[in-house]
Ligand binder design. Sequence first.
Ligand code: NAP
Length: 198
Amino acid sequence: MRVFVAGGTGVLGRRLVPRLVDRGHQVTATTTSAAKLDSVERSGAEPIVMDGLDAVSVGEAVAAARPDVIVHQMTGISMAHAGKPDLKHFDRCSVPTVRLRTEGTDHLLAAAEATGVTHFVAQGYANWNGNREGGWVKTAEVPLDLHEGTAAHPAMAALRHVEDAVGGAGGAVMRYGAFYGPGATDDQLGQGFKEGLA
Ligand SMILES: NC(=O)c1ccc[n+]([C@@H]2O[C@H](COP(=O)([O-])OP(=O)(O)OC[C@H]3O[C@@H](n4cnc5c(N)ncnc54)[C@H](OP(=O)(O)O)[C@@H]3O)[C@@H](O)[C@H]2O)c1
């Protein structure tokens, strides 16, 4: 298949792209940074610079790639995109990711429709935001906790938007948990996150 990975250079994208390539898929992977084009190319994908918050940029990138499937792995969690983490003010430091999960999702879905892309897979998140009602085992139909009235609400509402918009368009949202290990937790263990918690 022709696979378009929006956010091909993040923790998830860096692992996903080579695996797709190994399985014989033709992959286009995006970054916002021209400096990363070479490393994306080395992973076996066709690299492209795209701003997920710019509808024109997204539309052009998807139209050029003509994919069968779009995979949405765009987040703005890193210090490069969100600045120094401020976990006591989660609503502030989550703004780039909230925008990518609302506006970015909508731009990708619009581009999918315009280009005739039939499959869409997006990154979701279900960890500390689980629904507290009922039993321990949940299905994907059980809505996640929106944490209304807290600083986490905008981020949770954005996740709800991903699930509603992508699900409504016939796509799939993978509810990820927390990932750990080399390349997945380095920033959190580093000085930025420690200071953000202090
Ligand atoms: N432990 C966990 O469960 C877990 C899970 C995920 C992330 N993290 C942590 O979170 C931090 C950041 O992770 P990450 O590198 O995956 O996230 P990230 O730096 O936020 O990047 C995710 C992807 O989204 C892309 N992106 C960002 N802004 C974009 C925009 N405006 N338009 C289009 N694409 C955009 C990035 O591209 P470019 O940066 O190349 O432009 C990258 O490919 C790391 O510290 C990581 O360890 C932890």
